[in-house]
Design a protein around this ligand. Structure first.
Ligand code: 5AD
Ligand code: FES
Length: 348
């Protein structure tokens, strides 16, 4: 296995068979070696910096019905909310004061926010704050809509592909099309966004063969960012009684992604921090180099409940910034508050 990890480290590539062989044979020693090589790669490209993004979860209305997700349209127990443009700008203002220079606007697919509204919100943020990046994460839209947001100043777009196995995708996403999701990612890239794809780990019936498909898909797509995290059951969804993904498997996949795409921006996600108190720290040590603290108003944070047990929603929420910064430093990394563009776009 060590020989295969060296090959992955040296060439930033492996065949599907080799990836599968590695995934199927990850003993303790190989894991340690894999994480070490991934960490070495991130240090080489991005140093010990961890880039900070302020996350604003601005609506939990959603027209989709993804079987894993707590804000799916059929969840009648979800308490729905929307933030106004002014509330969103207030979150950015507070974030700016704290030093954040990237805002990630994430929400369900909510028709209330028409293209005109999104354009207005994006352009207002860009006009109000100097040298900030705006990232959108609002799901599948037409090429024309994506283009409008881009022309209004949106810099980046996150759209996880969720899984690159068509059958698994179809079983989890009623009324959605796998092909359209992939088309959206290509449209976003064509338009000029820095794009983020990604997937969940530990979905029911997900196999190592599925992960190999995700990894080879990402290698081909060459996204600037990749967001991955464990699946965590949410009690009001059809998958309520399923098992969650693990920190161990998530960290193995983080390391694979770092080695396959050395320059990628790779978050240690909130979901990873939610299944284990030290999850995000372990993610950083496995090659992740981004953290996305929550800037949403504390009054709505527990309502954006994609899964159970989400951290940063209770009394501690106001302290997130200190908490996460200390954690990053304690793990041996340096907090970087700059825009944190992909390395190919820095210093331009
Ligand atoms: N567990 C973990 N992640 C989830 N997401 C949605 N529901 C869950 C869940 N139950 C992830 C999806 C989505 C992102 C915003 O959150 O991957 O793209
Ligand atoms: Fe939010 Fe620690 S990062 S409480």
């Amino acid at each position: 296995m060590k020989r295969l990890i060296d090959k992955l480290y040296d060439s930033n590539n492996l065949s599907s068979d080799e990836l599968l062989l590695l995934l199927n044979n990850m003993d303790e020693e190989s894991k340690k070696y894999l994480h070490m090589k991934a960490n070495e790669t991130r240090l080489h490209i991005y140093n010990d910096k961890v880039y900070m993004r302020g996350l604003i979860e601005f609506t939990n209305y959603c027209k989709n019905n993804c079987r894993y997700c707590g804000i799916r349209r059929d969840n009648k127990n979800a308490s729905r909310y929307r933030l106004s443009k002014e509330e969103i700008l207030d979150c950015c203002k507070e974030g700016y004061r704290l030093g954040y220079r990237t805002y990630v606007l994430q929400g369900g697919e909510d028709a209330y926010y028409t293209d005109d509204k999104i354009v207005d919100i994006v352009s207002s943020i860009k006009a109000s704050f100097e040298d900030v990046a705006v990232t959108l994460s609002i799901g599948e839209k037409s090429y024309e809509s994506y283009k409008k947001y881009f022309d209004a100043g949106a810099d980046r777009y996150l759209l996880r592909h969720e899984t690159n196995s068509r059958e698994l995708y179809d079983s989890l996403h009623p009324d959605m099309s796998y092909d359209n999701r992939i088309k959206c990612l290509h449209d976003l890239k064509d338009i000029g966004y820095q794009i983020g794809a990604g997937f969940m780990i530990g979905l029911p019936n997900q196999t190592n063969e599925d992960f190999v498909r995700d990894l080879t898909f990402l290698k081909k797509l060459q996204p600037h960012m990749v967001g991955i995290g464990p699946f965590i059951p949410q009690s009001d969804t059809p998958l309520a009684d399923e098992k969650a993904g693990t920190v161990e498997k998530t960290c193995i996949l983080l390391s694979f992604i770092r080695l396959l795409l050395p320059e990628v921006l790779l978050p240690a996600t909130t979901a990873l921090g939610s299944i284990n108190n030290k999850g995000r720290e372990q993610g950083l040590k496995a090659g992740a180099n981004v953290v996305m603290p929550n800037l949403s108003p504390t009054s709505v944070r527990d309502k954006y409940a994609l899964y159970d047990g989400k951290i940063c929603t209770g009394d501690e929420a106001a302290q997130c910034r200190n908490c996460i910064e200390n954690r990053i430093k304690m793990a041996g990394y340096e907090v970087d508050m700059s825009r944190g563009d992909h390395i190919s776009l820095q210093n331009k």
